[in-house]
Design a binder for this molecule. Structure first.
Ligand SMILES: [Zn+2]
Length: 325
């Protein structure tokens, strides 16, 4: 039995029809973990869907209303890049519930992994790039609202920049008109410059999204970067982030798409390098005593089996680090 929980539901499946996003990967990863005896049934916890109130902690009432009533504009649906359906809305709500449950388990056990989630291209008022709602942001805001945590850090290793996450957690002053800043006392102003969520994104610079709103720390990586350089960059990024900010929770977005054979990525990590990436994240979190929750995010390998292996290896890496095996 694992010393931490895996969070999974068959209802994570996004009903997309024929699509470059292989949503069946969630069940395939679940089944692979059981078949290879990495995990057994008792290691899995099944989430409930997030409530609309949870989703509204991050997303605008107008956008949530459109999703619930099926009234997105044609342009909004196009930007989402997945075919709208009520069933798809529910699947995203279940993924958000899974990230919330994984965050909750991580605070108790030091680490937890959702075999889903990581929809980092979702903004407060719209979705894009296959991402309808930002499950990781919802999980963080819910824990903050419940006063379980005050601070969190996102470490986004998907090959695409976490634009939605960057905007959701952008420091408030960037969005305040100068007059409002001037009318506040200096102590108030200082408090607003103290962000409660530090966002790190490691991504390929020449890739989607074209416009990359600033994270707290962005690592813009060149095309074709391989294992050794990538691992050095990740170590530097996390080290720099933790030197500036002490989070009570790390949300690790373990995208499988920095893989050398990914159809939507242009980095050149190997399957072994990606596992070492995960292990590095876990070793740092363990050494610092910071709980870490994990979501899977993207993965579009030419051979789906490789995507399944990369995601399953994230669980293997956590097992090796946290069980000491
Ligand atoms: Zn991606």
């Amino acid at each position: 039995m694992l010393p931490f929980k895996l969070v999974y539901s068959d209802d994570y499946l996004l009903p997309l029809g024929s699509h470059v996003f292989p949503s069946e990967k969630y069940k395939r990863v679940h089944d692979r973990l059981l078949a290879t005896l990495v995990a057994d049934d008792a290691d899995f916890a099944c989430p409930s869907p997030a409530t609309d109130q949870d989703v509204l902690l991050v997303h605008t009432p107008r956008y949530v209303g459109k999703l619930k009533t099926g009234t997105l504009s044609a342009l909004e649906e196009l930007q989402l890049e997945v075919p709208y359906s009520r069933e798809l809305v529910r699947a995203f709500w279940v993924n958000a519930g899974g990230s919330m449950l994984a965050a909750d388990y991580a605070l108790n056990d030091g680490v937890a992994i959702s075999i889903g989630g990581g929809f980092h291209h979702a903004f407060p008022d719209h979705g894009e790039g296959f991402c309808m709602i930002n499950d990781v942001a919802i999980a963080i805001r819910r824990l903050q609202r419940d006063e379980r945590i005050r601070t969190a850090m996102t470490v986004d290793c998907d090959v695409h920049q976490g634009n939605g996450t960057a905007v959701i957690f952008a420091p408030a002053p960037a969005y305040r008109p100068p007059s409002a800043l001037a009318s506040n006392g200096s102590a108030d102003l200082a408090a607003r410059f103290d962000p409660d969520v530090f966002t790190i994104s490691l991504h390929q610079e020449n890739n989607y999204p074209l416009f990359k709103p600033p994270s707290s720390l962005d690592m813009n990586l060149p095309d074709g970067m391989g294992d050794a350089e990538y691992l050095a960059c990740l170590g530097d990024a996390i080290g720099l982030g933790l030197s500036k900010f002490k989070p009570e929770l790390i949300c690790y977005i373990a995208g499988a798409d920095p893989y050398c054979e990914d159809q939507l990525g242009g980095l050149a990590l190997t399957i072994e390098g990606l596992k070492e990436r995960d292990a590095l994240m876990f070793r740092i979190a363990k050494a610092e005593g910071i709980p870490v929750m994990v979501t899977l995010a993207g993965g579009y390998a030419q051979n789906l089996k490789d995507t399944i292996t990369i995601h399953a290896n994230t669980v293997v890496a956590a097992k090796e680090v946290f069980a000491g095996k």
